[in-house]
Design a protein around this ligand. Sequence first.
Ligand SMILES: Nc1nc2c(ncn2[C@@H]2O[C@H](COP(=O)(O)OP(=O)(O)OP(=O)(O)O)[C@@H](O)[C@H]2O)c(=O)[nH]1
Ligand SMILES: [Mg+2]
Length: 300
Amino acid sequence: MAAAEAHPDDFRCGHVAIVGRPSVGKSTLMNAMVGEKISITSKKPQTTRHRIVGIATDAGAQFAFVDTPGFQTRHRSRLNDHLNRAVRDSLSEVDAVVLVVDATRITEADRAVVKLLPQRVPVIAAVNKIDLVADKSALLPRLAEVAALFPFAAIVPVSADRGTQLAALKAEVAKVLPVSAPLYPVDDLTDRDERFLAAEFIREKIFRLLGDEVPYATTVGIEQFEMDGALRRIHATVYVDKASQRSILLGEGGARMKAIATQARADMERLFGGKVYLEVWVRVKRGWADSDASLARFGY
Ligand SMILES: Nc1nc2c(ncn2[C@@H]2O[C@H](COP(=O)(O)OP(=O)(O)OP(=O)(O)O)[C@@H](O)[C@H]2O)c(=O)[nH]1
Ligand SMILES: [Mg+2]
């Protein structure tokens, strides 16, 4: 293929797992390095539930970042077991790992993730959210604390949110990747299809617009995804655990669900580059997060 031949002999490429405890900014970091919102983010822990590859290609390297769920130390459901398994599985199949920690504090949950880190694969620490550390002299002892956790190949302070030091992080990752032609077409941004991304964008708005209970009782299925000329017609169903959660999700006269759908549709139209007609239904499916059959059906 002509495109592959155009890359220099020392071009590097590989899969890079992004791991860490919940809410440290793994998905924000991946999106910032890819340059598009591929993976959903929110202030709430356990936003990411699926392994998702985000691809960034530059002149010297192609990075296939693998965003993973935040590693759980509290097991509340079978869903959580699936999420932790996704983290462990990604660690066994990559060329490098980026461990993300929060520059404001290292916790027991971070230490639990460090215990999972592979010995034979290079691990780089990204100390994220440095924008929140007003007193930069506080950063040095934090970096020393991180260095004591594991024999990292490099430690890079970053801000995923502000885009600070991302080139430095990529440069450190590129150093440890194998020499290889690109594994993905250079214009690809993710390994996931629009159907998956559509469901995720809806889930993101639920995480962002609702309180602390309902998002964790929710999953999204896409019933129909059709092209009608240039228009995408998408029918989605939001599943909740109880009827009371359905009422909360719908809101007064359906207003909350309408806001969720409107915001999700805007994200879809931006990423897909075309108009979207979106219809969303809410159904009660009791115990879906604790049933292997339901979890399999929803792609967990
Ligand atoms: N101030 C600041 N906030 C950040 C930064 N990076 C991420 N955040 C915020 O941290 C929160 C969590 O970000 P996510 O990217 O969803 O975190 P995550 O590690 O993927 O979380 P899970 O998928 O739930 O494990 C969001 O509110 C982000 O906006 C950063 O560099 N600075
Ligand atoms: Mg995430």
